[in-house]
Design a protein around this ligand. Structure first.
Ligand SMILES: Cc1cc2nc3c(=O)[nH]c(=O)nc-3n(C[C@H](O)[C@H](O)[C@H](O)COP(=O)(O)OP(=O)(O)OC[C@H]3O[C@@H](n4cnc5c(N)ncnc54)[C@H](O)[C@@H]3O)c2cc1C
Length: 467
């Protein structure tokens, strides 16, 4: 670990900037401004929304403001799994019935493919690689955790979208000694170099005439789409709030999401290890813990290894504590070595993290309050769904209603988290219980009854966790 560099923004952005050169600066707003549509937030969701606005209405005057630099938040530093929402089919069926649930999943499938075709069409080399996601078990307790998804897909006539595979097939794709008892393949999926996508999208937006002001933070956003920013007041016909977990700091949205965090470490290039593991098909892999591990290879032969078990809270987000956490990077190294003991003498080069916008249903949420339209709640699966989110929010901002705005993730029946400080205290206690339960199951131990009870609370309260 001696060479491990722990930074806020991570390896992907370093790679993208060194390969493509630094992006040309976008000046901060300095004075008042007007726009047809104001987009707040320069991550994938805000940028795809801006892109769709220009596509649907080329004459639309779109102004995008970003508190820091576009693509330097989670959009430029995530795991790069481009996923559908088929994994959420059981929850969707329960909430909106089979027909509407399948519509959402099919739309999310189109988003995965559209990102690939957008990259081809617009000359953005984001390392887009179509390859299945493989869900595995790393303890006996996890075996079969995917059965409800496989079964739900079969029941709605979409059996090909999630298929159970046996242990030999799992090992043929990636021979970790930890993987046992089979798994699930989600065939419509891809992986990308996330920062290359974010910076490529930013460049194409500027070329298409979207005005971008970086280092411009929105401090207040009124329902009539007037925004007070660090550089002046913006008056717009409509506004789109696309600020990820920071939405919890905007009135009207506080109870609709909770703030958690996820962290990643990346190895030096280890192509020989990938060969030895047979992990050469580009599969993204996730285990079936509640605080899951996710892992993938990169085009230059590295392994990126992430964990969704970081600390929580809006306060942590404001203080940047969800992003850099050296003890957690050490823990991730230990987790990684359990998966791949042959990495013991190899170098981990970078560690980083970022906030996660957790929705109570595990599903993204889109909607409108007067002239302000919002999207958040990706719960760690926003790379693919944010493309769909851009299609939805652009239509809402242009007041165009069609089958996209009628999807069941638009204006869903509300579900709320408890208010602060209950949410933070309760959330932290539950998080510790979930981590302890995952650890106990990894070690083949039965979890103690108190921990088991606390870990089961989200389910009992009707909140959705992976299992
Ligand atoms: C470590 C990690 C790994 C992940 N791995 C995956 C994965 O493999 N696959 C997957 O699908 N998802 C993954 N995710 C989640 C995914 O990155 C997000 O869901 C997705 O990038 C969300 O995009 P966004 O535009 O909503 O948010 P962001 O990328 O966070 O963009 C929001 C932007 O808004 C800006 N902003 C905030 N407040 C203001 C304000 N007041 N004024 C102006 N601007 C503001 C921020 O600076 C930020 O740039 C991961 C997330 C993390 C942290």
């Amino acid at each position: 670990m001696t060479n491990l560099r722990h930074t806020r923004t991570g390896w992907w952005l370093e790679e993208a900037v060194s390969a493509l050169g630094p992006p040309e600066p976008a000046p901060p707003l300095n004075g008042d401004a007007t726009a047809d549509v104001l987009v707040v937030g320069g991550g994938y969701l805000g940028m795809w929304t801006a892109w769709q606005l220009k596509r649907l209405e080329p004459g639309c005057d779109v102004l995008l403001v970003e508190a820091e630099l576009c693509g330097h938040g989670p959009s430029g530093r995530n795991g790069g799994f481009v996923s559908t929402l088929w994994d959420d089919l059981p929850t969707l069926r329960e909430r909106v019935g089979d027909e509407k649930a399948v519509e959402v999943c099919r739309a999310s499938e189109r988003a995965v493919r559209s990102i690939g075709s957008w990259c081809d069409e617009h000359g953005v080399d984001a390392w887009y690689t179509a390859a299945p996601t493989m869900v595995v078990a790393t303890s006996d307790a996890q075996v079969g955790a995917w059965n409800d998804v496989v079964e739900a897909c079969r029941e709605v006539g979409a059996a090909d979208e999630a298929t159970a595979i046996d242990e030999a097939e799992v090992h043929r794709r990636c021979a970790s000694p930890l993987f046992r008892g089979g798994g699930m393949l989600l065939p419509v999926a891809a992986n990308i170099q996330p920062a290359r996508l974010a910076l490529g999208l930013r460049r194409r937006l500027l070329e298409s005439g979207v005005r971008i002001h970086e280092h411009t933070r929105v401090r207040r956003l009124a329902r009539d789409a007037t925004a007070e920013t660090s550089g002046g007041t913006i008056r717009a016909g409509h506004a789109v709030l696309a600020v990820n977990a920071a939405a919890a700091g905007f009135p009207g949205h506080r109870l609709s999401l909770a703030v958690a965090s996820s962290h990643i470490v990346v190895t030096e290039p280890v192509p020989d290890v990938l060969e030895e593991l047979g992990w050469t098909g580009g599969e993204a892999v996730a285990d079936s813990r509640t605080m899951l591990h996710y892992l993938r290879t990169t085009r230059d032969g590295r392994i990126a290894f992430g964990w969704g078990g970081g600390t929580m809270g809006l306060g942590g987000l404001r203080l940047g504590r969800l992003e850099v956490d050296p003890p957690l990077a050490q823990l991730l190294r230990e987790h990684l070595l359990r998966f791949f003991p042959q990495l013991r003498d190899r170098t981990l080069t970078n560690a980083w993290g970022g906030p996660i916008d957790v929705s109570p249903t595990h599903l993204p949420i889109f909607g409108s309050r007067a002239a302000v339209h919002h999207g958040y709640g990706f719960t760690g699966n926003g790379v693919g769904p944010s493309h769909l989110g851009g299609e939805i929010l652009a239509r809402l901002a242009l007041d165009r209603r069609d089958e996209v705005t009628r999807l069941a993730i638009v204006e869903p029946e509300p579900k709320r988290f408890p208010p602060e400080p209950l949410r933070w205290v309760g959330g932290s206690v539950i998080r510790h219980a979930l981590v302890r339960r995952d650890e106990a199951e990894d070690e083949g131990r039965t979890v103690d009854p108190v921990t088991g009870l606390i870990a089961s609370l989200p389910r009992r309260l009707g909140l959705h966790l992976p299992r």
